[in-house]
Design a protein around this ligand. Sequence first.
Ligand code: GZL
Ligand code: ZN
Length: 318
Amino acid sequence: MRKTITTALAAVLFTALTACGSGGDAADDGKITMGFAQVGAESGWRTANTKSIQDSAKEAGIELKFSDAQQKQENQIKAIRSYIQQRVDIIAFSPVVETGWDTVLQEAKRANIPVILTDRAIDSDDTSLYKTFLGSDFIDEGKKAGEWLAENSDGPTNVVELQGTTGAAPAIDRKEGFEEAIKSKPDIKIIASQTGDFTRSGGKQVMEAFLKSEPDIDVVYAHNDDMGLGAIEAIKAAGKQPGVDIKIITVDAVKDGMTALADGEINFIVECNPLLGPQLMDLTKKVIAGEEVPNRVVTEETTFDQEQAKAALPDRKY
Ligand code: GZL
Ligand code: ZN
């Protein structure tokens, strides 16, 4: 009798281990199940990014579990925990801020579920917590914005900065890159800088405050189009002409931003490509197949002035 119980126990233990060994039972039926924890729906960029992920999962035959965290880290952590419970085969997410992920990512690692970072990075020394990071080089984006201003300004130039979400990689890095690039022109000064949380309403509110407190604003540097579009509303309400009285530089190049650029209300946009879906699904298949993947995949993107926006608008996919 004792003998049969021990063998049965061993069998149960063995299946439990192999099941978690495969990272999820879904993989056994050949279909890959991905849990994706999205930041939110805060901007045009995010909407395009979500669409790219959902369309590409369908295209790739990958079953997608998707959550929107309304830009709250605790909601993203909850979503990742639920994907671990559901024993998905892989987890992907765009971390709303850079820090505070080690605990939940260690839980995913213990459950043998691989993780892919998309769009935004985390700053953890433990690079074993994720297989790869697919996203833009935000410092480079900030540099491109600053370089354009350095080339297109002469004499004293007062800049107000609309920062992205506090603690988010794009906000930290776009600020760093811009400051790096304008060092060459000491006449360019950032006279005020505050977060607008990547939203239109945030950009508008902060710009209204800047217009009240700063008598001489020459340029707005907004970390995304949506805050730049909010600033345009505030500038118009103050009786000034955006793009002329106050120049505007933004990042993303979503349709609404490109339209304002073509209309002369924005002066320069640095593209940040949201269409990460296809590459994410390719990387997913490689990770599940146990193939090596690079630990960093940088997305291709460019910049637009007003003429280039007019030419590019007709066939923009987002
Ligand atoms: C950048 C992305 C940023 C966009 C914003 O890759 O994380 O978040 O620039 C979005 O529009 O809100
Ligand atoms: Zn001035």
